[in-house]
Design a protein around this ligand. Structure first.
Ligand SMILES: C[S@@+](CC[C@H](N)C(=O)[O-])C[C@H]1O[C@@H](n2cnc3c(N)ncnc32)[C@H](O)[C@@H]1O
Length: 308
């Protein structure tokens, strides 16, 4: 994943103390690093990166209540929450599972964009686009319809891997992504007729009824806690006979959880209910993993739903 975010405190001495603290943290001297971070914070009380790093270290030390306190301070000093301190609170169980801050997703993927494909495809064995393609072809074959789509929307399009997999079967591709740098990369593929920097829900809300024949979201719902509103909008934007095809990560319990990797996992029943509530018909729901973590497939679902 990307290098850590750093936002200067605006105070040279505080920034220096932070740098020393990071060195100590990397060398494993966590207690000394925490001490230096507190000194930096004394000089610059709104030093978000120092608060966030302090939370990180305290969590590593097993001091969960103190870690939560530091993450709360990081969140308070940066209301956009570019570090994602809110997610860390959720993972600690110190806040209920809620949506991801947009600024966090944006900075995460803006930083990640240059290395995204080598990291995801190379290191994590990413296969989301191929799984979606196969599932969509199977659904079309079962319906005895050609797998050709006039207008398609790729939600959380990233660098364009999913649209590239479908390129030959689609006339007009629109890509939507929160990260401007990912959009820059996707533009280079030449696959998209239209690209939009936007949250996927807002992107869909801007489209007219029945204006798409296929909507894809490959490895993007893992950044959306409540997928139900997205599915409702997707159902509105799809024309009759159109398909929604998404990958998710999943878990054996109920509802939505935030996993250790700060990605959401949606239970199969939750996905089924969201598909039905959106007025779509489930055409295919398979237990298939789109990527690995530590060389082990992450439990996942491949979902294809039909607008009838
Ligand atoms: C892991 S990448 C997958 C990219 C691409 N779909 C693929 O298969 O390679 C996830 C992408 O979703 C985008 N994303 C996450 N949350 C989003 C949201 N709410 N709206 C739009 N894009 C989002 C991220 O910026 C990132 O580019």
């Amino acid at each position: 994943m990307p290098a850590r975010l750093f936002f200067s405190s605006g105070d040279l001495m505080a920034d220096r103390r932070f740098e020393f603290a990071r060195d100590l943290q990397l060398k494993g001297d966590l207690a000394a690093a925490a001490d230096l971070l507190l000194q930096a914070i004394e000089l610059a009380p709104d030093f978000t990166t120092a608060w966030f790093t302090l939370g990180d270290i305290r969590e590593e030390l097993g001091e969960h209540a103190a870690a939560a306190e530091a993450f709360r301070a990081a969140q308070a000093s940066d209301p956009d929450d570019r570090h994602g301190a809110g997610l860390r609170l959720m993972r600690l169980g110190a806040a209920p599972v809620a949506g991801m801050p947009q600024a966090y997703v944006q900075s995460l993927f803006d930083q990640y964009a240059p290395r995204f494909e080598s990291s995801l495809v190379g290191d994590l064995g990413y296969r989301g686009p191929a799984l979606l393609f196969k599932a969509v072809l199977a659904v079309r074959a079962a319906a005895k319809k050609p797998a050709f789509f006039k207008r398609a929307i790729d939600l959380g399009c990233g660098t364009g891997l999913a649209a590239t997999a479908f390129a030959k079967e689609v006339d007009h591709f629109t890509g939507v992504d929160l990260s401007p740098r990912m959009i820059e990369k996707s533009r280079l593929t030449g696959v998209y007729a239209e690209l939009e920097v936007a949250d996927m829900l807002q992107g869909l809300r801007g489209r007219s009824d029945a204006s798409a024949d296929l909507i894809l979201a490959a490895d993007a719902m893992v950044y959306v806690a409540d997928i139900a509103p997205v599915l409702v909008e997707a159902a509105r934007v799809l024309a009759a006979g159109g398909l929604l095809a998404v990958t998710t990560e999943t878990h054996g319990g109920e509802g939505v959880i935030l996993g250790g990797g700060l990605r959401y996992a949606h239970a199969a029943e939750y996905v089924r209910a969201a598909v039905a509530a959106a007025g779509l018909t489930m055409s295919r729901l398979e237990d298939l993993s789109a990527r690995n973590e530590d060389n082990v497939p992450v439990p996942g679902l491949v979902v294809v739903a039909l607008k009838s």
